[in-house]
Ligand binder design. Structure first.
Ligand SMILES: Cc1cc2nc3c(=O)[nH]c(=O)nc-3n(C[C@H](O)[C@H](O)[C@H](O)COP(=O)(O)OP(=O)(O)OC[C@H]3O[C@@H](n4cnc5c(N)ncnc54)[C@H](O)[C@@H]3O)c2cc1C
Ligand code: FES
Length: 268
């Protein structure tokens, strides 16, 4: 556990580590008979054949992963899945990460920096104690901006306050990238739309196969149906139907709560 409720898992998966690109994800099952859940790849070591995954414990499957011990095995890990984030030398680029998205935005920010872009990293968390990898971000970014809702570090509030800060600091990004929970993605897209530049959000609808076959991950972007697992997960946040995505994400909340409760009572 790297900060409360957020875990880092290093998995040996040489075939995936060899091919992974920033912005991609894996589908994982923590136990035989368990559900398949998508998790972003937050880092990798091609030589050692390992992947780093940062996940937040929110329910049954992430709870199963959180209880694994070093040296344990997991039955399923499929990847790398999804289209990599489009990287180029674009001049100033803003990379925003919140909760587990602080992990997955790191390789994206690093790739933009390696391509020659000037990277500003923005981290958002409820409080200072939930921020991780600050030093790693500082090492690669030209500028690090932190928001905490309680004001315990950086600016108090949400990334919605970013446009004013960017103006004060004279930053005019050519591209914005946002990784994290759906609320952060939606809120950032609304707040930063007036900048008039692409806002790449890594969408996180419910997924099952991750290969474009089941249709569970469908989202509406620019009025068209897309499968986030194969057409994304990156889309322009200015074009996403956010109310639909937020509704679809909670469609199994009753079943998820019931199963999690049953498992914690030892009756699963
Ligand atoms: C491409 C992608 C990358 C992701 N990367 C990360 C990551 O790096 N770290 C991280 O902590 N989380 C990530 N998520 C979200 C993660 O998949 C869910 O938090 C996880 O599936 C929850 O499972 P659970 O059983 O623990 O919780 P549940 O109690 O089942 O659900 C809790 C919440 O997670 C959502 N959820 C449930 N099942 C799925 C599913 N199969 N696919 C997507 N969402 C689901 C539900 O809408 C619910 O709101 C990612 C999701 C996607 C689509
Ligand atoms: S997860 Fe099945 S089509 Fe995308």
């Amino acid at each position: 556990m790297i900060v409360p409720n957020i875990h880092l898992m290093e998995v040996r998966a040489p075939d995936v580590a060899e091919q992974v690109q920033p912005g991609q994800f894996v589908i994982v099952r923590g136990a035989e008979g368990g559900e398949r859940i998508p998790l972003s790849i937050a880092d990798w070591n091609r030589e050692a054949g390992t992947l780093t995954i940062v996940f937040m414990e929110v329910g049954l499957s992430t709870g199963t992963l959180a209880r694994l011990k070093a040296g344990d095995s997991i039955p399923t890990l499929v990847g790398p899945l999804g289209k990599p984030t489009a990287i180029a030398n674009l001049g100033p680029v803003l990379c925003i990460g919140g909760c587990y998205g602080i992990g997955s935005v790191l390789p994206v920010a690093r790739a933009f920096r390696e391509a020659g872009s000037e990277v500003t990293v923005v981290l958002e968390a409820r409080s200072r104690y939930l921020i991780f990898w600050e030093e790693r971000m500082r090492a690669l970014a030209k500028r690090l901006i932190v928001f905490t809702r309680d004001g315990s570090a950086g600016h108090r509030g949400h990334v919605t306050g970013l446009p004013d800060i960017l103006k004060q600091e004279g930053v005019a990004p050519a591209q914005v990238v946002v990784n994290g929970c759906t609320f952060l993605l939606a809120r950032s897209s609304a707040a930063l739309a007036p900048l008039g530049v692409p806002i790449t959000v890594s969408l996180n609808p419910i997924m099952i196969d991750g290969t474009g076959m089941c249709g569970v991950c469908r989202v509406t972007v620019e009025g068209q149906m897309k499968f986030a697992c194969v057409d994304g997960p990156d889309f322009d946040g200015r074009q996403v139907d956010w109310p639909e995505l937020l509704n679809r994400r909670k469609q199994y909340i009753g079943e998820e709560t019931y199963l999690c409760h049953r498992a914690s009572c030892g009756r699963a």
